[in-house]
Design a protein around this ligand. Structure first.
Ligand SMILES: [Ca+2]
Length: 216
């Protein structure tokens, strides 16, 4: 909206139609605005980069060009990563709290998010990928993506089989002794500190209650 509250553009993301993936509640990813772009995670498990002007500027900015809706009040997507279809993520809803989705952050030239990979309704991690079902256990939990192109620079499936149920939280940025760190909350109750540019894991902290068992 503009400063007077007039609608300039809006994004629409249809429901997936599967309760386990997309409980019918509001999308909770907070947008991160960086320059003339906005980043968020949709209720369909897509990491989205959109033009801050939408189609209100009369131009279909890219590289993504295949928007379904191109009216003057529609969203202009610059790129998106469908983390379920492209990366095999099993997007797990979070029961009574619905659809929490990671809120991406930008550090320098990279955008970071938690993918939402989690366990199925029966509490299992998804099994090996097939052509018709690309979901797999080793799908990434954390992503670092080139913010202008949508190219994945590095990823990590750090919690591995120790994911307890799902992963819905958001990364944070810290600069320690001049080094940019991205700190990811894992679905195993650990915090993981990565060097943001390289993806090198620098440390991890077990935030579980002492003596708590992990699932494997
Ligand atoms: Ca545009």
């Amino acid at each position: 909206m503009d400063g007077s509250g007039k609608l300039l553009w809006q994004a629409r993301h249809p429901r997936i139609g599967s309760r386990i993936h997309d409980l019918e509640q509001p999308m909770r990813s907070k947008p991160f605005i960086d320059g003339d772009r906005v980043y968020y995670v949709s209720n369909r498990g897509e990491l989205i980069c959109a033009d801050l002007e939408g189609f209100h500027d009369g131009a279909n900015d890219g590289p993504f060009q295949n928007e379904d809706q191109t009216g003057s009040t529609d969203a202009d997507f610059l790129w998106k990563i469908d983390m379920m279809a492209e990366l095999g993520v099993f997007r797990r809803e979070a029961s009574d709290v619905g659809n929490p989705s990671s809120s991406p952050i930008v550090i320098g030239d990279l955008v970071f998010c938690v993918t939402g990979h989690g366990r199925t309704g029966s509490g299992e991690l998804p099994y090996a990928s097939t052509p018709s079902s690309p979901v797999h256990q080793e799908a990434p939990s954390f992503l670092a993506v080139q913010k202008l192109t949508g190219k994945i620079v590095w990823s990590s499936s750090a919690p591995g089989r120790d994911i307890l149920l799902g992963q819905w939280s958001s990364p944070v940025h810290a600069q320690i002794r001049g080094v940019d760190l991205v700190i990811f909350p894992g679905g195993d109750g650990f915090l993981y500190g990565f060097e943001a540019l390289s993806g090198t894991l620098l440390w991890e902290v077990d935030c579980n209650e002492p003596g708590a068992k992990t699932t494997s």
